[in-house]
Design a binder for this molecule. Structure first.
Ligand code: BGC
Length: 448
C-alpha cells in the first residue's frame, strides 16, 4: 500500500465551460460569440463540429447536477456565456439568459454543491469582436461592466469567482497561433490582447472590491513545465523563456505589478512591443484571494535558433502520451507548483483544471478508462507532494465532468468522467467517475 491522503477540508470538484457543454446556441435570447463564428467557419474545427448542441446542458442541467451530487463533489466550476447575459456584450440584459444561470446555481446550492463561476472562458460576444475584440480597450470596460452586473445579480449565491480562464489561450493560442477563435496569427496583436485580458481581470477585481461582494475572486492561468534537455545555459534559457510565456508573463503583472524584464526584452528583440497606459499595472495588481491553476502537461525543451517565438525546440524523449498526444508529466505539476510558491509566495491555490484526454467508448454499459484513473492518481500524488512541501492548496477540480466540445478538436477528444454519446446525448458514468467518487468519499487513495 502507498496511501496518499488529503486534509479533511480539501475541496474536490469538477469543471466545465459554457460553450463546451451548453448547446442551445440560438435559444433563450443568446447572442452569437466568436466561437459560433469560428466553429461555423469551414476548416477551423475538426470534422466541422460546432457547439450548437454540445452536451445540451442548457436543457439537461438538472440531470447533470444529479450526477454531480452522486459523485460527491464539493465544488462545481462552470462558466457563463457572456452573450447569454448581454447578447451584444453591452446594453440590455437578457433576462432569459440570466434565469438559466439562476436555475443552475439554485440547483447546485440545493444539492449542497458550491458554485465556482468563471466569467470568461473564451466565448467573447461576436458584436464586441466586430469592434476589435480584446484589442480594443472598450472590450475591457465592457467586461468590467458585465462582471459587475454578475456580482450584483448573484451576490450571496455565488461566492467563488474566476475572472479570466487561461489568458494565454485567449491571447496567444487564439491570436498568434490562430488555433482558437478568432484565429488571428499576429504576435503583436496577441501580446496587446494578453495585456488587455490582464487589465480586464484587474478591473473586475476592482469592481468586486468596490461593491464589497461576499466571497473570493481569482483568475485561472494555464501552466506548463519545461525541463531543459541539457544543463547547457542556452537550453536552460530557452526553457525559461518558454515557461515565462505561461508563468511570469501572466503572474508577474498580477503579483508584482510589472512584466518580467527578460520576457519584455525578448519580445522587443522579436519586434513585439508592449503598450502600457498610466494606471494599468496598479489595476492589474489588485490583490486577489486565490489563483486557479490549470495543469495538463510538460515537455523537454532545448535551444534552437529561430524555432518558435522563443528559439525553443520541444524534444520528444519518449514520455507516455494521452489521446491528444500531450505528454503525461506529473513531475512537472509538482515542480510548477513549487516554482509558483517560490516566486509568488504562499497564495491560496485551487487546481481549477487537471485531467486527461482518453477516447474510451461505452462497451456493455461501462467505460473502462483505467488510463484516466492512472493519470489522476499520478497528478494527485504530485499535488500531495507539493502540499507537503508547503504549497497552499485549497482544492482540486478535474477537467472535466463530461465529455464535451473540445474546441478545435470538436467532439473527437474526450476528457470527461462521464461519457456523452453525441448522437443521443445519453450520459454514461465511466470507471474514473466511480474511482473519483470513492476517493472523494475517503479523502485518500492507494497509489499502488
Ligand atoms: C481549457 C478547457 C479545455 C482543456 C483541455 C483547457 O485549456 O480551459 O476548456 O477543454 O484545457 O484542452
Amino acid at each position: 500500500m502507498a496511501i496518499i491522503e488529503f486534509p479533511k477540508d480539501m475541496k474536490w470538484g469538477a469543471a466545465t465551460a459554457s460553450y463546451q457543454i451548453e448547446g442551445a446556441a440560438f435559444e433563450g435570447g443568446r447572442g452569437p460569440s466568436i466561437w459560433d463564428t469560428f466553429s461555423h467557419t469551414p476548416g477551423k474545427v475538426l470534422n466541422g463540429d460546432n457547439g450548437d448542441v454540445a452536451c445540451d446542458s442548457y436543457h439537461r442541467y438538472e440531470e447533470d447536477i444529479k450526477l454531480m451530487k452522486e459523485l460527491g463533489i464539493d465544488v462545481y466550476r462552470f462558466s457563463v456565456s457572456w452573450s447569454r447575459i448581454f447578447p451584444t456584450g453591452t446594453g440590455e440584459v437578457n433576462k432569459e439568459g440570466l434565469q438559466y444561470y439562476h436555475n443552475v446555481v439554485d440547483a447546485l446550492v440545493e444539492n449542497g454543491i458550491e458554485p465556482m463561476c468563471t466569467l470568461y472562458h473564451w466565448d467573447l460576444p461576436q458584436a464586441l469582436q466586430d469592434k476589435g475584440g480584446w484589442n480594443n480597450r472598450e472590450t475591457v470596460e465592457a467586461f468590467a461592466n458585465y462582471s459587475e452586473y454578475m456580482f450584483k445579480e448573484f451576490s450571496g449565491k455565488i461566492k467563488s469567482w474566476i475572472t479570466i480562464n487561461e489568458p494565454w489561450c485567449a491571447s496567444f493560442l487564439s491570436n498568434f497561433m490562430g488555433i482558437h477563435a478568432p484565429g488571428n496569427q499576429d504576435p503583436q496583436l496577441a501580446t496587446t490582447i494578453s495585456h488587455h485580458l490582464l487589465l480586464a481581470h484587474g478591473k473586475a477585481v476592482t469592481r468586486f472590491r468596490a461593491l464589497g461582494v461576499e466571497g473570493e475572486i481569482g483568475y485561472a492561468p494555464n501552466l506548463e513545465w519545461l525541463e531543459p534537455f541539457s544543463s547547457k545555459q542556452e537550453d536552460i534559457d530557452a526553457c525559461d523563456r518558454g515557461m515565462g510565456f505561461f508563468i511570469e508573463w501572466f503572474f508577474d503583472p498580477v503579483f508584482k505589478g510589472s512584466y518580467p524584464e527578460f520576457m519584455v526584452n525578448w519580445f522587443e528583440k522579436k519586434g513585439v512591443m508592449l503598450t502600457i497606459e498610466d494606471g494599468d499595472m496598479e489595476t492589474i495588481s489588485q490583490p486577489i484571494d486565490f489563483v486557479g491553476i490549470n495543469y495538463y502537461t510538460g515537455s523537454v525543451g532545448r535551444y534552437k535558433k529561430d524555432e518558435d517565438l522563443f528559439d525553443l525546440e520541444k524534444v520528444d524523449i519518449g514520455y507516455e502520451k494521452t489521446d491528444l498526444n500531450w505528454n503525461i508529466y506529473p513531475e512537472g505539476f509538482f515542480k510548477v507548483l513549487l516554482k509558483i510558491k517560490d516566486q509568488y509566495g504562499s497564495i491560496p491555490i485551487y487546481i481549477t483544471e487537471n485531467g486527461a484526454c482518453y477516447n474510451d467508448e461505452v462497451e456493455n454499459g461501462s467505460v473502462k478508462d483505467q488510463r484516466r484513473i492512472e493519470y489522476i492518481k499520478q497528478h494527485l500524488t504530485s499535488l500531495k507532494r507539493s502540499m507537503d512541501s508547503g504549497v497552499n492548496i485549497k482544492g482540486y477540480l478535474t477537467w472535466s465532468l463530461l465529455d464535451n466540445f473540445e474546441w478545435a478538436e470538436g467532439y473527437d477528444k474526450r476528457f470527461g468522467l462521464i461519457h456523452v454519446n453525441f448522437n443521443t446525448l445519453e450520459r454514461t458514468k465511466k470507471d474514473s467517475y466511480y474511482w473519483y467518487k470513492q476517493m472523494i468519499g475517503n479523502g485518500w487513495f492507494d497509489k499502488e
